[in-house]
Design a protein around this ligand. Structure first.
Ligand SMILES: C[S@@+](CC[C@H](N)C(=O)[O-])C[C@H]1O[C@@H](n2cnc3c(N)ncnc32)[C@H](O)[C@@H]1O
Length: 221
């Protein structure tokens, strides 16, 4: 089956339940807790890097349950969050209502990132590229690049020995959720793609916890 369909199925079924726990506040196992902590740090860092976003347009591609879209809207950005998974989008809408008491901003849409149209000051894509091999990542980044005027902000899973080991022994995707693969990417490959697309790296960070490994990059023209 095509990678994208596998990913969509996963985030509409077992993956949805798993990530709802991770992106929630109920008790979870130590692996999920570590991913929750790492992901929380990524979101915090993006908010810090973007700073004043009042009035800016942001597209959160692969927005999941709105972990970044909601705080950005709270800070005055006009946010569109899109996700390939219907259930993730439903949950994002639920959290928007609970946290912001509105149905308007952020707006959420079930839409794969390759079909996003229009342009935005900032395009963000957090913890999505891990699900795709490099040739597909290149196509996705090309599409997102055309949507962004000022900044592209993204994470990818780095090729590190520890991550490779954990992945190899199935720690990161235990049980039925093994149906998605975790692809690691070399920083040189990702940065070369961004450079070919005409971007400079403005900021980069390594955000690692015991079971969460992300390289966060923000570009500028
Ligand atoms: C690990 S979650 C991260 C969610 C969110 N970005 C965050 O950091 O909270 C990955 C998300 O990417 C979405 N996704 C995967 N492939 C996608 C695609 N091709 N287009 C849009 N969303 C996609 C999944 O459905 C899932 O919600």
């Amino acid at each position: 089956m095509e990678e994208k369909l596998i990913v969509r199925d996963y985030f509409n079924t077992t993956g949805f339940d798993r990530w709802k726990r991770i992106y929630g506040d109920e008790a979870v196992n130590r692996i999920q807790h570590s991913i929750r902590v790492g992901h929380g740090r990524t979101v915090e860092r993006v908010l810090e890097w973007l700073g004043e976003v009042e009035g800016q347009t942001v597209c959160d591609a692969g927005c999941g349950m709105g972990s970044l879209s909601i705080p950005l809207a709270q800070r005055g950005a006009r946010v569109l969050g899109t996700d390939i998974s219907e259930r993730m989008v439903q949950e994002a809408c639920k959290r928007r209502k609970q946290q912001l008491d509105t149905n308007v901003n952020p707006s959420f849409e079930v839409l794969e990132l390759e079909r996003i149209t229009g342009t935005y000051d900032i395009v963000v894509c957090l913890d999505v590229l891990i699900h795709y091999p490099l040739p597909q990542v290149e196509k996705m980044l090309a599409h997102l690049s055309d949507r962004a005027t000022a900044h592209l902000v993204l994470t990818y899973a780095p090729k590190t020995a520890l991550f490779t080991l954990l992945k190899g022994i199935g720690q990161l995707f235990p049980g039925a959720s093994k149906t998605t693969r975790a692809y690691q990417h070399r920083s040189t490959d990702i940065e070369a793609i961004l450079s070919r697309l005409g971007w400079k790296i403005a900021r980069r960070a390594a955000i690692d916890d015991k079971f969460y490994f992300a390289r966060l990059v923000m570009t500028e023209r």
